[in-house]
Design a protein around this ligand. Structure first.
Ligand SMILES: [Zn+2]
Length: 467
């Protein structure tokens, strides 16, 4: 029998990693994600892999988010030289994400080593370098959706659209073990059926074993029309108050959704602001990749904004101004009213949003809109939780601006959408819940039992099962 090991994103949401070993000797790593969040969790990224990287035949990645792909350069740094399979669009986005992650690793280590030197401690080396990331990118093997490919002897992989971010996939694996074929389906991150541009996640009906993500296993999201009305109302109020609107957003996915929504508001005459600045070099590069892959968008949502593919998705919003250079970014500081500023980072842990906070957060006429999840311990979370000041760029800034959170923009399926997706499988395959905090998994486990009469297991970190 083949073996499946649950190595990462077990009872938590980051660090996705699973290992499949067939009795015929094929060894495939599914996901190579980075752990993110609290410091102790991030320290876990430094631990050696619990397998020999040189023994792997292939690596398969569901999508480009760092918590699914972010340790690929480390794997390559440890000697892995085999293929890395992902969809075409994921391969392109990975270039953006991995090079950025490597630069962050290098910069953070350089900074930390300055402190360590003064304390007489030996320097640390970065988790990985730009060189490792470059090498990992050379090992990519881009694939189309719905095309089975043999990734290792007796292991066939098919990617299906997961509708989460551009290029995201549900991974179907057929593992041949002597004469027995087992079909394993990994949900990856499943998209919110309400999110614009992306398709509804593909449903599958056959599997022996399913790994199901459970990020929002305990709740349903607000209806997207309500969320959009709420955003439109905030923008109207900000216009009446006269200040700017700041939107901290993630470069890949959320930013493109925002451009789409603001473009629709513009067309409908619901956008009172005079200018929208996109102040994130990474988001601007991600836009270029989204523009190239417009054939992957949901045609209905796309038709609502353009009757044919735009040359660039920026064209959806004629008042959008991209500011890639530091000079252009600094020039925004002179704009005191009537602008929307979208900048990274999404959780306000650094990046250009910090500079815009310095100029706007203390002003009562400004508004801040958080369209995404803010993790515990981040400045974004402190602001959402009502802190009266936050420390940013080595100084304390008063929080006087009006703060809003929009819950309905999640890129993940809510509980009912997860139940609906999994209900398409015939004959109740074995079901394992992954990629979620324990309480969310337990809520989903209970809903599965009550609504579908289906028993799901919650694996322990490092647990190994026969498949
Ligand atoms: Zn994701």
């Amino acid at each position: 029998m083949a073996l499946l090991s649950f190595l990462g994103a077990i009872q938590q949401v980051t660090g996705s990693c699973y290992l499949i070993e067939s009795r015929d000797g094929a060894k495939v790593l599914l996901e190579c994600g980075m752990r993110q969040g609290r410091r102790e969790e991030e320290e876990g990224n430094r631990a050696p892999f619990p397998f020999d990287p040189l023994s792997l035949d292939a690596v398969v990645i569901s999508h480009a988010h760092i918590d699914h792909s972010g340790l690929l350069p480390k794997l390559v740094g440890a000697g892995y030289r085999g293929p890395i399979f992902a969809t075409d669009a994921s391969c392109e986005l990975m270039e953006l994400m991995l090079l950025d992650a490597a630069q962050i690793q290098e910069k953070d280590t350089e900074w930390e080593n300055k402190w360590r030197a003064r304390l007489g401690k030996p320097p640390l080396s970065p988790l990985y370098t730009t060189e490792d990331a470059d090498q990992a990118l050379k090992q990519r093997r881009p694939q189309a959706y719905a095309q089975p490919i043999e990734v290792a002897k007796g292991v066939q992989v098919t990617f299906h659209d997961a509708g989460h971010i551009l290029g995201s996939a549900i991974v179907e694996l057929q593992v041949q073990d002597h004469h027995l074929t087992r079909r394993l389906v990994f949900s990856g991150d499943l998209g919110n059926t309400c999110s614009p541009l992306m398709h509804t996640p593909t449903t599958l009906d056959r599997a022996d074993l399913v790994l199901l993500e459970s990020t929002y296993g305990d709740r349903d999201h607000r209806n997207s029309d309500d969320t959009l009305d709420e955003l439109a109302e905030i923008l109207q109020q900000a216009h009446r108050d006269g200040g700017n609107v700041l939107i901290p957003a993630f470069a890949v996915g959320r930013t493109q959704d925002l451009i789409y929504y603001l473009g629709r508001f513009y067309q409908e005459g619901r956008l009172p602001q005079q200018a929208v600045f996109l102040d994130s070099p990474m988001a601007i590069r991600a836009n270029a990749i989204y523009s190239r892959f417009q054939h992957l968008f949901d045609p209905d949502d796309h038709a609502a904004i353009a009757d044919k593919p735009a040359r660039r998705i920026e064209d959806w919003l004629p008042i959008l101004r991209c500011t890639p250079t530091p000079d252009e970014s600094m020039a925004i500081n002179r704009v005191k009213s009537g602008a929307i500023i979208i900048a990274g980072s999404g959780m306000c842990t650094g990046g250009r949003i910090a500079h815009h906070f310095k100029h706007n957060l203390w002003r009562e006429d400004c508004h801040v809109v958080f369209p995404g999840f803010q993790a515990r311990g981040t400045p974004g979370r402190a602001i959402v939780d009502g802190a009266s000041t936050v420390k940013m760029l080595h100084q304390r800034i008063a929080v006087k601006a009006q703060i809003h959170t929009l819950g309905g923009f999640s890129a993940h399926a809510g509980q009912s959408q997860l139940l609906d997706w999994v209900s398409h499988f015939d004959h109740h395959p074995e079901l394992y819940l992954v990629h979620g905090e324990l309480e969310k998994m337990q809520a989903l486990q209970q809903a599965l039992r009550e609504r579908l009469n289906w028993i799901a297991s919650i694996p322990e970190p490092g647990e190994q099962i026969a498949i």
